[in-house]
Design a protein around this ligand. Structure first.
Ligand SMILES: [Zn+2]
Length: 228
């Protein structure tokens, strides 16, 4: 009997979001398999007789604790994890996988008073929706005459990145300095610029400035300090 390959989780998440909770608890091999689909938007499953390619253009959203107990970065709780325990936990996520994730954000624990307070603060979903829609419209216009398959900033080729993410002299200096300091890859360089373009689009600005760039660089922080 021949077993037919069937689409897995990343194909089921095609054109949508794949959410992985507690990323370091996944099998490292399983996580590494995502590297190619994250680049190409397709996944090829090799069978005995033939291989099959499934679509897998998904947005990866993942969550990880800073250590096995979860309190390493919490000033109000004690973390008793030993450095080797933390290292083992974090080593499940490889540098190359992390490199393929555009934005890394450290989220601190929310104090109880804030959770229980009735007055909501910050941006409401409806407001955020309008902002995202506006940024999408800018991108639709930008890529209307471009190559097929590029609809959003995140999909820009290196050539398009050079075309649409021009930096002034002071931004160029800032980026060069950060890349050297953080030891970032060429891939991270392009990712920072793509994210930067989106931040400028959301701000409604045609030109990228130092504030947009600093925010985009900030999203690469865990390349440097989260990993022990
Ligand atoms: Zn801990």
């Amino acid at each position: 009997m021949i077993s037919l390959p069937s689409p897995g989780e990343i194909s089921k998440a095609h054109n949508g979001i794949l959410f992985l909770d507690e990323l370091p608890l996944f099998n490292r091999k399983t996580l590494e398999v995502m590297r190619q689909p994250l680049e190409d938007g397709v996944v090829t499953i090799s069978g005995v007789l033939r291989s099959t390619t499934f679509p897998a253009d998904f947005m990866l959203v993942a969550v990880a604790n800073p250590c096995p107990c979860g309190y390493r970065s919490d000033p109000r709780r004690n973390c008793n994890c030993t450095p080797p325990q933390v290292e083992k936990y974090m080593s499940k996520i490889s540098g190359p996988l992390l490199d393929r994730i555009d934005m890394h954000i450290e989220v601190s624990a929310v104090p109880f008073e804030e959770l229980s307070s009735k007055a909501a603060s910050g941006t409401f979903s409806a407001q955020m929706r309008l902002v995202v829609q506006r940024a999408r419209e800018v991108q639709a216009e930008r890529f209307a005459d471009g190559p097929q398959g590029v609809r959003y900033n995140a999909q820009m080729t290196s050539r398009q990145v050079r075309q649409h993410c021009a930096l002034n002299e002071s931004c160029q200096k800032m980026l060069r300095h950060s890349l050297e300091e953080m030891g970032l890859s060429a891939r991270a360089h392009d990712k920072i610029l793509r994210v930067c373009r989106t931040i400028a689009d959301i701000a409604g600005e045609a030109d990228i400035n130092e504030i947009h760039l600093a925010e985009a660089i900030n999203y690469r922080n865990s390349d440097r300090d989260l990993w022990v």
